[in-house]
Design a protein. Structure first.
Length: 550
RNA sequence: GGUCUGUUGGUGAAGUGGCUUAACACACCACCCUCUCAAGGUGGCAUUCACGGGUUCGAACCCCGUACAGACUACCA
């Protein structure tokens, strides 16, 4: 087709497109950023809530933009209306906000490079496609779904590359007259790329994460505009990232296969090619082997899961940071007083293969997070959590505020703070004895060590010996003395040496007291608990134990 | 079937030709500390980097082949 024919065709196909490319090029001028500033973007589809992998990606985007004084923007990729979900966009913003990931530009806060929703940019895409038709790089294709399926079958059978290319691209060289005729018959069509590539040629791409990769040149007539005039991901990606001046396209590595296509589009359109960084998927192991974490199958893939089970957002971010850069963990261990923002992330410390999602590790990170928080902070955060997910408990927490803070502060001032909580929901369980209502309701059910303890000795200890004003050392000396007076050994070691000489050892007395007042055989520092409860509540609990076991 | 990318312990990984007797962290086990637990301390946990061949004085690191795994192969992103 000659140039004038192509122009006629372009006009015929896009009579409503009045602007030309230059109009948009001028509308979205270069961003004036300092040397080395990165412009990144997160492009979610509003298909439901945010997936762990997407969160990881957006975290990555935000981190790199921030540490280079660049721009991180959010673009809603809703070109497939069928998949869009009601309130999908809202859900994305909520989930990101929960993790404190705030885009500099978006459909919510605005920006100079909008609209930031692809469905509102149709005219822009069509303008460029119109130009492509004039240039002879695109054409209307009238093939039906059945035709395409048949070609596919044929290709599968003869074991060759599947797709519309070469002589399979039957509408590639339709004459203007033929096209006009089909248009007159109201035949439906898509706009396909007239790929100038040759699969014999090899192209090389350097990815920020994966390094050098070689591909055959792209030679397929990929769909650019769907039947409804809406762009495919590929077209939208190329045009948007050019117009919005993205410097680094950070996306999942399911896209590397289409890299040759994207590069070709950038070249045909005369755009500068951005840098690419393809991140490895977060995977999970199950019976079938290793697979990508799935939003449908795995609860932990949903970002909202963490909030629900009570894992602090900050802990999840710390975990994300450790899988983002392999050297982050060690840095954080040595710089525990610093925040994630102070670490410099780099592409070359990112994983190339898939990363197994390790809940154990997350738990550990979370425990460390809790151990560094003061009792009061843990109390406040737990209360927030309970107000949302366990209202009855929230009321009790408020009623016992002073006690709870004291309990949560036990052993906090030591240089080896306890690490027994990994989730907000653990607090209720771990400190069930802190709240009378829970303690009495549970009827000591928590203790099933099978031992029976006599209360008389313990009562005697509490009434005659226990001094709440004592120091830890005095307290322990007192109880040792008491043990000896009553025929117990002063230490387990001594007891082990000559068990026949003793009834038991101090530990047994402590154990009995512990079980009676906490309902469990494990707890933080006993004396701290006793002090918080006070003598009368301790005795009350001992009596209760006596009644229950009689 | 085709294209691309991987493969270091139970897990995440460090490692880019000699400093590796393979870091670090999680998990696990043992011991120590100790009134219990948690924490902490010490030690154990890959004689070897999927397998086979090659290059080299020398290879986990470079090259070739095989096996396995993953991604893509839509008018979905």
């Amino acid at each position: 087709m000659e140039l004038n024919e192509r122009k006629e065709l372009a006009e015929l196909l896009f009579p409503n497109i009045k602007h030309d490319r230059d109009y948009y090029e001028k509308m979205y001028p270069d961003r004036n950023l300092k040397e080395g500033a990165m412009v990144t973007r997160f492009g979610p589809s509003p298909t439901g809530f945010v997936h762990m992998g997407s969160l990881f990606g957006s975290f990555c985007d935000a981190v790199f933009a921030k540490q280079t004084d660049g721009v991180f923007y959010l673009r809603i990729e809703d070109t497939d209306q069928k998949r869009s979900v009601e309130n999908g966009i809202e859900g994305i913003f909520n989930d990101l906000e929960a993790f404190n990931i705030v885009p500099d530009e978006s459909s919510v806060v605005g920006g100079d490079y909008g609209p930031y929703i692809q469905s509102e940019r149709t005219e822009i895409y069509q303008t460029y496609v119109k130009d492509l038709i004039e240039e002879g790089y695109a054409y209307p294709c009238f093939m039906s779904e059945e035709e395409i399926a048949q070609i596919r079958e044929e290709q599968e059978l003869s074991k060759i590359k599947i797709g519309i290319y070469g002589h399979y691209a039957v509408d590639r060289d339709l004459s203007l007259e033929e096209i006009k005729e089909k248009l007159c018959n109201k035949e439906e069509y898509v706009i396909r790329l007239k790929s100038p590539g040759n699969a014999e040629n090899e192209i090389e791409v350097v990815d920020c994460i994966k390094g050098r990769m070689k591909f055959p040149e792209h030679d397929m007539d990929t769909v650019l505009l769907k039947k409804d005039g809406t762009p495919t991901y590929h077209l939208a990606h190329v045009i948007d990232d050019h117009l919005m001046h993205t410097t680094h396209v950070i996306r999942g590595d399911e896209w590397v296969a289409s890299l040759p296509l994207h590069i070709q589009l950038f070249k045909i359109l005369g755009f500068k090619i951005p840098k690419y960084a393809h991140t490895a998927p977060i995977t999970k192991k199950d019976e079938g082997g290793i697979r990508k974490l799935s939003k449908r199958k795995d609860a932990e893939a949903k970002v909202s899961y963490y909030e629900e089970v009570g894992i602090p957002i900050e802990a999840v971010k710390l975990y994300l940071a450790t899988i983002l850069n392999s050297n982050f963990e060690e840095w954080y261990l040595n710089n525990s007083d610093k925040s994630i923002e102070e670490f410099t992330f780099t592409f070359d410390k990112m994983a190339i293969g898939g990363t197994l999602f390790d809940l154990d590790k997350l738990n550990n990170i979370s425990k460390t997070y809790f151990s560094r928080k003061s009792g009061e902070e843990v109390y406040n955060e737990t209360l927030e959590y309970a107000k949302k997910f366990d209202k009855d408990y929230a009321l009790l927490l408020e009623k016992y505020e002073d006690d709870m803070i004291k309990f949560l502060s036990i052993e906090k001032d030591s240089d080896r703070p306890r690490k027994d909580i990994s989730k907000y929901s653990d607090v209720k369980e771990e400190f069930s004895y802190a709240i009378d209502e829970l303690f009495y309701k549970e009827n000591y059910a928590k203790y099933d060590g099978g031992k029976q303890f006599s209360t008389s000795l313990i009562k005697k200890y509490v009434e005659d010996v226990l001094n709440l004003e004592a120091t830890n050392e005095e307290w322990f000396n007192d109880i040792k003395e008491f043990a000896v007076e009553n025929g117990y050994a002063a230490s387990p070691k001594e007891y082990k040496k000559n068990p026949e000489n003793y009834i038991g050892h101090v530990g047994d007395i402590c154990e009995a007291l512990r079980v009676m007042i906490t309902g469990r055989d494990k707890s933080p520092d006993l004396f701290s608990i006793v002090k918080i409860l006070g003598k009368s509540r301790v005795l009350e609990r001992i009596n209760r134990y006596e009644n229950l076991t009689r």
